[in-house]
Design a protein around this ligand. Structure first.
Ligand code: F6P
Length: 354
């Protein structure tokens, strides 16, 4: 009997259910229903700690390819607190290892973002058989060209900018649209270009207010009475990448920028924040396909007993990378990439020139 665990951890995103379905369908095809038990742990690593799970049967995963969220539930377990013994007096690492062993798991499949991958790597180094899948709307996981969830979030953020566009134009306002993405600017870059933003501000390129104001002024001179600024939640006038700061606890960067700009212009400035709307709803076809392919590839690794790896997409091919190589790294937008160069060539301002 193959007993395989699966969990989703960290912030949810579109495509998690499609990936669960892909994994389960491929495992059923490989091992057959009579020889397989898929243990779906509830609410991330917490389900493994508390041994809270449900056995996934075909009816659980047949109709979920287009369903948003995760049928297993999720939670955050910050890596830096992994080894801390907190008020509940539970040793999280030892308890997870104990659950894994007591339940007789052959391996554990973990779907998650950067923090989840770090924990996955840690558990792998502690002797558990781990295979992971890269999910996040931030697209910031090292060694994969794409994570599932990203393109659905790009769609959502672009639609949001589209709607802001018409009202900004009617009123002749400056709009700052604050987009998620944690410490990197991928989501803002894609949605900003797709939504026709005039100015794109990302953490990888520190901005200065003067450059932004100049772009707004140029718009006015050219007869465009409104300006759209797509601003990543992690953007700053200082380079903040890789610092151990918690963006979530910071004041909204877009309101800070609005206050700064308002000192130099009389044009009305509004802030619009789509927030978790960007992570909700159905996955787009691209994410459904990528998640399905990642799911099938993860099942293949299970079959090969190739543990300690994350499935990935490299130059259009589904591949895998050692977790040791990924953990702790961040895939930021390269300053000199073609996308930024092309965006500059069509007149988009990144807030860094005068
Ligand atoms: O990592 C995904 C993400 O949506 C980030 O873009 C964002 O900074 C963060 O999660 C929000 O986290 P939470 O859902 O815990 O508020």
């Amino acid at each position: 009997m193959h007993k395989i665990g699966i969990l989703t951890s960290g912030g949810d995103c579109q495509g998690l259910n499609a990936a669960i379905r892909g994994i389960c369908k491929a495992l059923y095809k490989e091992f057959g229903g009579d020889n397989l038990e898929i243990v779906g742990f509830l609410n991330g690593y917490k389900g493994l700690i508390k041994k809270e799970y449900k056995i996934l049967k075909p009816l659980d995963f047949f109709e979920i390819i287009g369903l948003g969220g995760t049928i297993l539930g999720t939670s955050r377990l910050p890596f830096k607190k992994l080894k801390d013994i907190e008020d509940d007096q539970i040793d999280k690492v030892e308890t997870m290892k104990k659950s894994y062993r007591e339940m007789g798991l052959e391996c554990l499949l973990v779907l998650g973002g950067n923090g989840t991958q770090k924990t996955a790597n840690f558990l792998s180094n502690e002797g558990l058989n781990i295979i992971s899948l890269p999910k996040t709307i931030d697209n910031d996981i090292w060694s994969t060209d794409m994570t599932f969830g990203f393109h659905s979030a790009v769609n959502a953020a672009t639609l949001f900018i589209d709607n802001i566009y018409t009202t900004a134009k009617s009123h002749g306002r400056i709009f700052i649209v604050e987009i998620m993405g944690h410490k990197v600017g991928w989501l803002t870059l894609y949605a900003g270009i797709a939504g026709g933003a005039d100015i794109i501000l990302i953490p990888e390129i520190p901005y200065n207010a003067e450059s932004i104001l100049k772009c707004i002024e140029n718009n006015r001179k050219e007869g465009k009475n409104f300006s759209i600024i797509a601003m990543a939640e992690g953007a700053s006038s200082n380079l903040i990448l890789n610092q151990d700061n918690n963006q979530g606890k910071k004041k909204s960067v877009s309101y800070e920028l609005a206050i700064e700009l308002s000192k130099f212009t009389t044009q009305e400035i509004k802030v619009a924040i789509p927030g978790h709307y960007q992570r909700g709803g159905s996955p787009c076809p691209y994410d459904r396909i990528l998640a399905t392919e990642f799911g099938a590839a993860a099942a293949e690794l299970v079959k090969q007993k190739a543990y300690g790896k994350m499935v990935s997409l490299k130059n259009g091919k589904i591949s895998s990378t050692d977790l040791n190589e990924i953990a702790g790294k961040l895939k930021a937008v390269p300053y000199e990439c073609d996308m930024i160069k092309n965006a500059r060539n069509v007149g988009i301002c990144f807030g860094d020139c005068d």
